[in-house]
Design a protein around this ligand. Structure first.
Ligand code: SF4
Length: 426
């Protein structure tokens, strides 16, 4: 039986075995190939070279201080944002944020992941007070906070430079930036899904500035909407070029578009899951192969399910995200996954894939290895994953409830024009 079913992958396989950089054409061949197992094997080679059998995860907690966003009506793929007076709009006081973060006291939390909407009135001081307060209350927890889009928004509000905003964030305790807001850099796709958002160039410029200041960051690509294969490739190449310049990216995370409760999903006539398991795995694998200079590739299990994420660990992925207490943004868009996983469940998923779990902090420093670890779940056999469909125990109360947006048509909003680029998406 031939090892490679798509002959076009042969020369790419030879380059991977020589540890040679892939070209734009190579990346296009990979995205257009249906020989998923070969692509996965090549990515596994590249990943093992860098990370061996280690798979990282974080004990982390997500905090979304506000869902009010000035771009609510133009980021048509987003299900999270609300206008200030819209049903479901919320903005947490600092006391409420601190109370939410207190869940960390009962968990082995090492990272707060803090992102939210572009609120027209929340000023930089609110965020600086939040970060200082969190640092004082939870000195052992890293603060990974504010996407490039939020940083640029605050710079505009305060009439400050991006650099000065970043310095203020760093001085208040932010240790790294998350990778959100990149979507896909293609101006055409961006004009359709996120017309008024920071451009790709501007997103990259914020991260460049952060890296120059010694603030590492993550990077992402949102796929499965209107983007073409060429858009995906050019996005990855832009990330790779910036990494060549700064070495500031820690990890790349492909993000699967979810179509529920947003205008784009309605215009495309999609509900449920917009991406396929094959495309989810291919995005992990091609990311690993093209981004040869970014140390880690992370699978975001709330979007693609813990099961796909577990399989991704043999498709070039070396990071299973974490406990993610409590994921709101993608569940607003219809993600059917749990809103968090127990620490044991994450470890068991990694072990079940035959890999070595490594708990990390935000900067990928080792917190714990698990050579002598035994699950605290008395009913579970060693190496057998937990049951991710079962909601584990976690915080309860109004803060942790989601009320979905009504359909756009029901609210009498404009409908999107015909989306001519849709054929490019899988
Ligand atoms: S994607 Fe971000 S910037 Fe766009 S509407 Fe949603 S929260 Fe706002």
């Amino acid at each position: 039986m031939p090892l490679i079913t798509d002959p076009a992958l042969g020369p790419i396989g030879e380059k991977v075995s020589r540890n040679e950089r892939l070209t734009r054409d190579d990346a296009l061949v990979l995205f257009n190939s249906s020989d998923l197992l070969t692509i996965g094997r090549l990515a596994d080679v590249a990943n093992r070279r860098a990370n061996g059998d280690r798979v990282y995860f974080a004990a982390n907690q997500h905090i979304n201080p506000t869902n009010v966003c000035v771009l609510r009506n133009t980021c048509v793929f987003c299900s999270f944002a609300r206008m200030p007076q819209e049903a479901g709009a919320y903005t947490r006081s600092l006391e409420e944020v601190f109370a939410e973060a207190d869940a960390a006291r009962d968990n082995p939390t090492r990272e707060f992941h803090i992102v939210g909407g572009l609120h027209p009135k929340l000023r930089l001081a609110y965020y600086l007070d939040m970060f200082r307060g969190l640092q004082a209350r939870h000195p052992g927890v890293h603060i990974k906070a504010l996407t490039a889009v939020e940083v640029a928004h605050l710079a505009r509000l305060e009439r400050m430079s991006v650099r000065d905003v970043l310095i203020a964030l760093r001085d208040a305790g932010v240790t790294s930036l998350p990778g959100g807001g990149a979507e896909v850099f293609s101006p055409a796709a961006r004009a359709t899904i996120a017309d008024k958002k920071l451009s790709g160039e501007e997103w990259l410029a914020v991260h460049r500035e952060a890296h120059r200041l010694g603030i590492p960051s993550n990077c992402t690509m949102l796929y499965g909407h209107v983007e073409t294969m060429a858009d995906r490739v050019d996005h990855l190449l832009a990330l790779r070029a910036l990494q060549d310049e700064t070495s500031g990216f820690l990890t790349y995370i492909p993000l699967a578009y979810h179509p529920d409760h947003n205008e784009l999903g309605e215009a495309l006539g999609r509900t449920g899951t917009a991406t396929t398991g094959c495309d989810d795995l291919k995005n992990i694998a091609v990311g690993r192969l093209v981004l040869d200079n970014i140390p880690h590739v992370k699978t975001h299990w709330p979007m693609v399910t813990p099961f796909i994420s577990q399989v991704a660990l043999t498709f070039g992925c070396d990071d299973l995200e974490g406990t993610v207490v409590f994921e709101r943004v993608y569940h607003e868009a219809g993600a059917g996954t749990p809103m968090w996983l127990g620490y044991d469940q994450v470890v068991s998923l990694i072990r079940g894939a035959g890999k070595q779990p490594v708990e990390r902090d935000s900067l990928y420093r080792t917190v714990r290895t698990f050579k002598d670890w035994a699950s605290t779940d008395p009913g579970r056999k060693p190496g057998v994953p937990g049951v991710p469909g079962v909601r584990p125990q976690g915080p309860e109360g109004p803060t942790f409830q989601i009320s979905h947006r009504p359909r756009a048509r029901a609210r009498g909003q404009r409908e999107l024009p015909v989306l001519s680029a849709v054929d490019g998406a899988e």
